[in-house]
Write a protein that binds this ligand. Sequence first.
Ligand code: SF4
Length: 364
Amino acid sequence: MSINDKVPDHSTFSKNRHDRFREAEAFRFVFEQVLKRCMDEGLIGGEGFAVDASVVKADASRQKHHQNDDDDWGGGSRAINEYLDALKEDGSSIAPAKKVSQTDPMARWTAAPGGPAYYAYSTNYLVDTQAGIIVDVEATPAFRSQEIESTKTMSERVKDRLGLDTKKLIGDTAYGTAEFLGWMVNEKGIEPHVPVWDKGKRTDGTFSRSDFIFNEDNDQYICPNGKLLKRHRRNFKVPRTGVTQSNEIKYRASKLDCAACPLKEQCCPNVELRKVVRSIHESARDVARAVRQTPDYRRTRRQRKQVEMPFAHMKRILKMDRLRLRGISGARDEFILTATAQNLRRMAKYLSTGPPGICATVPI
Ligand code: SF4
């Protein structure tokens, strides 16, 4: 524009952002350009990535919930149209919610423990542990399973677009589900530095699953009394897998063994026989348990700060505790811009001092 050109109307900017240049992914392009510069400056070690999510309030009133079960949304704003399009495309990907916002229906009704509920999105970061550079960012409704899914998206995207392999993934217990560990270990060969989500531990004094030894060759458990727990205790005409809908297999002891067992009171005092449940991803869970015993795990626990600090910085310093744009695309734009700004600050900090050593935990 020259000095005499007519200044565009302010609405042109939002039209460009939401419609004209939406497909161009301009913000992601800028984010990746900054990231490539960080790589050139040696700020990305690629040894391991830490992952986490943080909830950010949506620009949606806590009082305005969608009341009608029909499709009457009273005039389609961009955020509502995005939601309806997503429902049409793949309704199953939008988990049913207790309350749906009238103004930003993709935002999730959520609450911190003991706090008031509100509509929110999550920003998910994948952070390189050497200098705390954010290598990818993804917006999701504030919903745990979507946060885990977004980690798969980010890990695959940094591999495809930047050639960065996820060798180790460091996360909190939320990322320790059996399915996610199965994806990490069996599908991608990623070393899991996450605590295993374990519900097999009993607190009533009876034997826990860890008291039973699994024999992989025979696909059987051996109980503390030396008896066998089997997947099938009779032959079926049509062979069955024994895998339940929750991707688990039940191994059963024999009624006769348990009835005559001197350890029955410590094992299954209220039922006829003992059952032990094993996830189909148990081998991946065992890998995560073994990683937990290594000295490297203690180091990566400290490195997890690399992903917690950018969130604290985002909210306290950049004041990104409430979104200004609506819809998942608005959240995506704001989160990518925020992560870009954080990476620029990090890069500026290290350009004069050179790349930091492993496990730098200095504030941004
Ligand atoms: S009660 Fe059954 S499963 Fe438990 S220790 Fe005794 S024989 Fe084994």
